[in-house]
Design a protein around this ligand. Structure first.
Ligand code: SAH
Ligand code: MG
Length: 210
């Protein structure tokens, strides 16, 4: 998608409030990597969560809390978002903005390596899982998502076009191979009905069949 397409959609459908603007500005200023979702993707997450009446959401990869705040704002008063983040510095930044957004009662940022934290959630039920962290374990994150989601729940994953590398035969590094494998599983696993939407860097969306 061209920048102008994204700008048009974001300006019309997903204008940021001052809190999200200052989050992004402080993130840039203090050296957080500029890899949060785009505003239009934030709105897409809200539309998806609202469409299934999501109450409990799991995020893998918090960074500064930008996507977490978009998502938490789409949850009901008793909603919960649990977000897993490996970097203490990112988690602290995110918690500060979650607090400023008045969302502390809904959002918990748990520090740890996702592959270590996910087993501790076994037996819990989520309405949606948003995968947006390291790429190598993505196929395993999908297995966990399908284990933790209710029927009719959503698995959503960011960066599934991986800058176009997934369809470039010359690219064969470990991350690219993992994203390809993730997409193949999403496309073919009979438990989930999926599509890859070519917005931002590619957002894969799958609904768990009932
Ligand atoms: N969802 C965020 C962006 C996440 S960027 C947003 O849109 O605002 C990816 C994040 O995943 C980074 O903060 C990185 O530190 C974290 N991460 C990377 N590997 C991880 C792992 N194995 N477990 C948990 N978090 C991880
Ligand atoms: Mg991302």
């Amino acid at each position: 998608m061209s920048d102008r397409t994204g700008e048009y959609i974001s300006a019309l459908f997903a204008p940021e409030d001052s809190l999200l603007v200052s989050l992004r500005e402080e993130a840039d200023r203090t050296g957080l990597p500029p890899i949060a979702v785009s505003a239009d993707e934030g709105r897409l997450l809200q539309v998806l969560l609202t469409s299934i009446g999501a109450r409990r959401v799991l995020e893998v990869g918090t960074l500064g809390g930008y996507s977490a705040i978009w998502m938490a704002r789409a949850l009901p008063d008793d909603g919960e978002l649990l977000s897993i983040e490996i970097e203490q510095k990112h988690a602290e930044f995110a918690r500060r903005y979650v607090e400023r957004a008045g969302l502390s009662s809904k959002v918990e940022v748990r520090v740890g390596r996702a592959l270590d934290v996910l087993p501790s959630l076994d037996g819990e039920r989520f309405d949606a899982v948003f995968i947006d962290a390291d790429k190598e374990p993505m196929p395993t994150y999908l297995d966990w998502a399908l284990r933790l989601l209710r029927p009719g729940g959503l698995v959503i994953a960011d960066n599934t076009l991986w800058g176009g590398k997934v369809f470039d035969d010359a690219e064969n590094d470990e991350k690219t191979r993992a994203v390809r494998e993730f997409n193949r599983k999403m496309a073919t696993d009979p438990r989930v009905l999926s599509i890859l939407v070519p917005t931002h860097d590619g957002v894969a969306i799958g609904v768990v069949r009932t």
